[in-house]
Design a protein around this ligand. Structure first.
Ligand SMILES: [Zn+2]
Length: 249
């Protein structure tokens, strides 16, 4: 496909994208497409040693560094963790986000998530995608876009078992850069993720999941997605980066 795409990764917390779909975003960037990362929450609960304001400030810097490694433009909102709710005001914020970024592809959170702010961001981004192209929505700032973006759901820690993927992206050549992006979230390594979830080495989790998905689709490392296939989001052509044949290793 020669058309250059705009991609919006609508995530909840500062490191969601790095864990779940950074390899795919890096591929988009490498192929000349425009990528936005929109993070809803500050990450204020993501520490057991820092105060809320302290960890928010740390994670804002980490999120920017992660986006820089990926090559994406970062939009970081100020919802507190767990405080993204399905309401009119927040839904209109997502309508305006989609209008402002004008994406062809939206990659967002899964539905049946382990935390409700993941689920709600996924629902809001999906439910705003169609309406971003309609006129006369009161209280919105940006004009309607001229198309309906296709929505994919990234595979997350909480859903990899109960939401079988239907799209795979070969990230073998992007895997090290993905780990480098995740490395920028230093506050989450050895502190929060281990103390909260008992996972000492999150890089190992990423490696295991991406290797499993790679095994399933015939490459070394892959990320997995599910397309929202409700009318009229889906298209008759592929919008995720295609598999590279002849990948080394
Ligand atoms: Zn998260």
């Amino acid at each position: 496909m020669s058309k250059k795409l705009t991609v919006l990764a609508a995530a909840t917390h500062p490191d969601d994208v790095e864990v779940d779909c950074a390899g795919t975003l890096i591929r988009y960037v490498k192929e000349g497409h425009k990528v936005y990362i929109a993070i809803a929450c500050t990450g204020n609960v993501g520490s057991k040693i820092h105060t809320g304001p302290e960890i928010e400030a740390i994670r804002a810097i980490e999120a920017q560094k992660g986006a820089d490694v990926i090559g994406a433009e970062l939009i970081h909102w100020d919802f507190k963790d767990a405080e993204v709710w399905l309401n009119d005001t927040t839904w209109k914020r997502y309508v305006d986000l989609i209008r402002m970024t004008n994406p062809d592809v939206i990659i967002t959170m899964e539905r049946d998530e382990y935390v409700h702010d993941h689920t709600n961001v996924g629902e809001l981004a999906y439910r705003a995608a169609i309406w971003a192209s309609t006129a006369n929505i009161p209280g919105t700032e940006y004009p309607p876009i001229d198309h309906i973006p296709t929505v994919f759901r990234m595979e997350t820690t909480g859903t990899y078992r109960n939401a079988p993927p239907d799209y795979y992206v070969d990230i073998t050549n992007e895997f090290e850069q993905k780990l480098e992006a995740f490395k920028q979230h230093a506050s989450q390594h050895g502190d929060f993720l281990e103390k909260q979830f008992g996972v000492k080495d999150w890089n190992e989790y990423i490696s295991v999941v991406n290797k499993l998905r790679g095994f399933q689709c015939g490459c070394k490392y892959a990320e997995a997605f599910r397309m929202v296939n409700t009318w009229p989001n889906q298209k008759a052509y592929r919008l995720l980066p295609p598999v590279q044949y002849g990948t080394e290793d």
